[in-house]
Design a protein around this ligand. Structure first.
Ligand code: AVJ
Length: 328
């Protein structure tokens, strides 16, 4: 059963242009080095391409996290318990979410996503799989506090933030998000969050620069989206997908590199790139036990359980919205 709640929260002008997208792109192309927030990679085309990435052999995070969800269901049911409203930040993939929902007997499922069409499609698929479960999709930018549907107001919440999406953000932004999630979910809530682990550089780079070129398409889709939605004329063929490991920041960085000197227009403004210059399009931070714990605590969440896959590539952490009191 699907309950539709609320209005789209996407901020559009009279011409239907997403103003937050335009502002981020124009600001990002004006700065040095050029950088555009990664969340704009995920329009409907980008979300579909990302689903494809999860199937490629080099991209291990989805398989590793799915294995944890599959193998540890009795532990989830023990530590989380029945009767919670599961609030998923970013709407669910067809595989992970059902594994969680089957493990814990939730009272409701609330997927939040900025991409409305993708949200509705995955909510419908989920609802078919769990006929008795109230499914209440909300089209929202979860970086801001979200008003949850009235129907789940009085239920205890479990936030679900799989996929190591938290790794897209720099520390300051991820702490803001974790605190915002705490506001959205309220006192007594829990958070089940996926965090990818630091590992061999070759394995990491291959996962973000696959042989089949799907990740390159995913990255280039951002430039295509700018052309589509913001009246741009970026020469796509003059851009190349790059994935590199930054040891300093413990992250994979995706860039679009200019293969030659180029100039182009976006929303009536002119920009240029020199050969070799890049637009930084995504970070994917990787964690170890300490860095994940520090981040969660800074965001107001106390880790209570941590699970790894068999090959110890990926972690799934359960945290509680409690304030730890440690001396002094
Ligand atoms: C969706 C953020 C989890 O960082 O691994 C995959 C995005 N980008 N390949 C990741 C992504 C390129 C992905 N997350």
């Amino acid at each position: 059963m699907i309950t539709n709640s609320g209005l789209a929260l996407v901020n559009r002008d009279d011409d239907g242009v997403n103003q937050d997208f335009r502002n981020d792109v124009l600001a990002g192309l004006s700065q040095t080095p050029k950088a555009i927030p990664a969340r704009w990679l995920y329009d409907d085309a980008g979300s579909r391409l990302f689903e494809e990435i999860t199937q490629i052999p080099e991209y291990y995070p989805t398989r590793a996290e799915t294995q944890i969800l599959r193998d540890r269901s009795s532990e989830f049911s023990e530590r989380i318990g029945a009767g919670r409203a599961v609030v998923e930040f970013g709407s669910g993939s067809s595989v992970k979410t059902p594994l969680l929902l089957s493990a814990i007997e939730p009272a409701a499922y609330v997927p939040l996503d900025i991409s409305g069409d993708f949200l509705r499609a995955s909510a419908a698929a989920l609802s078919d799989k769990f006929p008795g479960l109230p499914v209440c999709p909300v089209e929202a930018d979860f970086m801001r506090q979200v008003a949850l549907p009235k129907t789940v107001e009085n239920l205890p919440k479990l936030g679900f933030f799989p996929g190591s999406t938290i790794g897209n953000m720099v520390a300051r932004t991820s702490v803001d998000l974790l605190r915002t999630m705490r506001e959205t979910l309220g006192e007594g809530s829990q958070l089940l969050i996926g965090m990818d682990l630091i590992k061999d550089t070759d394995v990491l780079v291959a996962a973000y620069d696959d042989a089949s070129g799907v990740t390159a398409e995913f990255n280039l889709n951002l430039a295509r989206r700018i052309n589509r939605e913001l009246g741009g004329d970026i020469p796509i063929d003059a851009l190349k997908h790059i994935a590199r490991w930054s040891d300093e920041f413990a992250r994979i960085e995706m860039h679009l590199e200019a293969l030659e000197d180029i100039t182009f227009q976006v929303a009536g403004l002119s920009y240029s790139m020199q050969q070799g210059e890049t637009i930084h399009t995504e970070n994917s931070h990787k964690f170890d036990r300490r860095s994940s714990q520090t981040l969660l605590l800074a965001g107001g969440w106390t880790p209570v359980s941590r699970w790894l896959d068999d090959e110890e590539r990926f972690s799934l952490i359960l945290a509680e919205a409690t304030v730890p009191r440690s001396a002094p």
